[in-house]
Design a protein around this ligand. Structure first.
Ligand code: GLU
Length: 485
């Protein structure tokens, strides 16, 4: 059997981490089995769906490097792949279900349904449709039509049936059909509901495995009943667990960023996000922590997807991202870092000069080990650029009061002036020479120079700071400090 899977997002917002994980698991499952991965857009919620969200989702998938071989953009013989373009197809099947007596027209109004709901709730029963229109006579139907009521189509749920789902992740899950009221499959405006359209599409697109979030498990019996009514083979299901925050609650916007695009904007690398998401629920057999996409394709299996909830731990993502940042060369990182520097007003012109490119490359080299994601480079710019320094705090200012300081700073200034070029090797050499010439401990040279140039006692490597600041800025900062002591 050739595996055919799909990711079927509703375009009602950006791609969230949970959606990205469903997409990734489907992609990996198909890739590992030489199968086909389809992207379908489920846009039957006309009010909440938008083409803009669809575009955002697709862009996020591209950014992550998740590729599909059939569907939106890719095309294929089972199209169209956007549900609102498939209404005719659903209609065909609705007619079949109506004719076979598996579905019926329901003329109940919103108000009538609400009344029934409230009654059931007040009796302590699960609110559900009790089947008022199941047995309408042709005459009654005609009356409703005359009143101008527009019918919805409801699926006739068989009584007393056990629906068993052999979920590839959760094992056997049982549902009782009596707990499910007859549900709407086509709304009175002719638009199919999710539970219905998803089945027709999965059947027609030859889907063999439905891999999706656990929140859809409760929808599954409703879908299985439709497969059965149509006499179609039910696919295998794999419902992946919820993603919880570190406190054990369902992850929500309050826990920080839930949309994939937020991580792009913060300068996380796509390979890090993919690696991190893959491990949300999937545990590889060994101790290996870092996986590239190709490795994931080989290693991934549904058997190793856990039933217990996954935990979204930002520290873990930072750790993974830091790993991939270190793996990249400083030169390769330039394009990733530039947008953040531009946000701070640096390098505004479109084309960056070779000198500036070199500066950015060296800057990355100096801060790469200190950051989790690229947006953090912004916090380091002040060390390396510009003539102004922060005022030292009390402790730092006290250090500059030592007797030896004026001679250290003076000598430093002299040596900087004659250095050519003032690169980090030269800076190191200068600091060493000062210690030697003034017979001071290294620390007694490094610390005052660091404070003199940055106003701070800690920070990135001093020799790199000196080199990146350049002669002019070093001298300007030095003069500011000297005038203050
Ligand atoms: N459109 C559904 C969603 O975005 C897809 C669920 C499914 O995969 O069946 O949640």
């Amino acid at each position: 059997m050739t595996v055919r899977v799909r990711f079927a997002p509703s375009p009602t917002g950006p791609l969230h981490i949970g959606g990205a994980r469903s997409a990734l698991f489907n992609y990996l499952f198909a890739a590992g089995k030489g199968g086909t991965f389809i992207l379908r857009i489920e846009d039957t919620d006309l009010e909440r769906s938008s083409r803009e969200s669809e575009k955002d989702i697709i862009e996020a998938l591209h950014w992550l490097g998740i590729q599909w071989n059939e569907g939106i953009e890719a095309g294929g013989v089972n199209g169209p792949y956007r549900q609102t373009e498939r209404l005719k197809t659903y209609e065909e099947y609705t007619n079949k279900l109506l004719q076979a007596g598996h579905a019926y027209l329901c003329y109940c109004t919103e108000e009538e349904l609400e009344r029934e709901r409230q009654e059931l709730i007040s009796r302590g029963e699960t609110p559900r449709y009790l089947g008022k229109c199941r047995t309408l006579t042709a005459q009654e139907r005609e009356m409703c039509e005359k009143e101008g009521r527009k019918p919805a189509v409801r699926f006739k749920v068989p009584n007393g049936q056990q629906i068993v789902i052999n979920d590839l992740v959760r094992g056997k899950v049982n549902f009782d059909s009596d707990g499910i009221g007859d549900y709407i499959i086509v709304k009175s405006d002719g638009i199919p509901t999710y539970n219905y359209a998803v089945v027709i599409d999965d059947v027609l697109m030859g889907i063999t495995h439905v891999i999706r979030g656990e929140e859809h498990l409760s929808n599954t019996p409703r879908q299985v009943l439709i497969y059965q009514a149509l006499g179609m083979k039910v696919p295998d299901f794999a419902h992946i667990s919820l993603i919880l925050n570190t406190e054990g609650r369902k992850m929500s916007k309050r826990d920080g960023d839930t949309a994939v695009i937020d991580y792009f904007k913060k300068g996380y690398l796509p390979q890090a996000v993919v690696n991190f998401i893959a491990l949300l629920g999937w545990s590889p057999s060994g101790e290996q922590e870092f996986f590239g996409m190709k490795e994931l394709e080989q290693e991934f299996s549904l058997e190793k997807v856990s039933k217990s909830p996954a935990v979204f731990d930002i520290n873990k993502l930072n750790h993974v991202n830091a790993h991939y940042l270190k793996e990249m060369t400083d030169t390769d990182l330039v394009e990733f870092v530039l947008p953040f520097l531009k946000e701070k007003g640096l390098f505004p012109s479109e084309k960056i000069s070779d000198t500036d490119r070199q500066w950015v490359t060296d800057f990355i080299g100096a801060v790469k080990e200190k950051i989790n994601c690229l947006v953090e480079v912004k916090e380091y710019i002040h060390y390396f650029r510009g003539a102004e320094i922060d005022l030292p705090d009390e402790e730092a200012a006290a250090i500059l009061k030592a007797e030896t300081i004026p001679s250290v700073l003076e000598l430093f200034g002299k040596k900087v002036m004659i250095a050519d070029p003032l690169d980090s090797a030269a800076a190191k050499q200068i600091l060493k020479e000062i210690a030697k010439e003034l017979t001071l401990k290294g620390k007694d040279v490094f610390m005052p120079v660091r404070i003199a140039l940055t106003g701070q006692m800690h920070g990135p490597d001093l020799d790199r700071i000196i080199a990146l600041l350049g002669k002019e800025n070093v001298m300007a900062r030095l003069r500011q400090t000297i005038s203050r002591i």
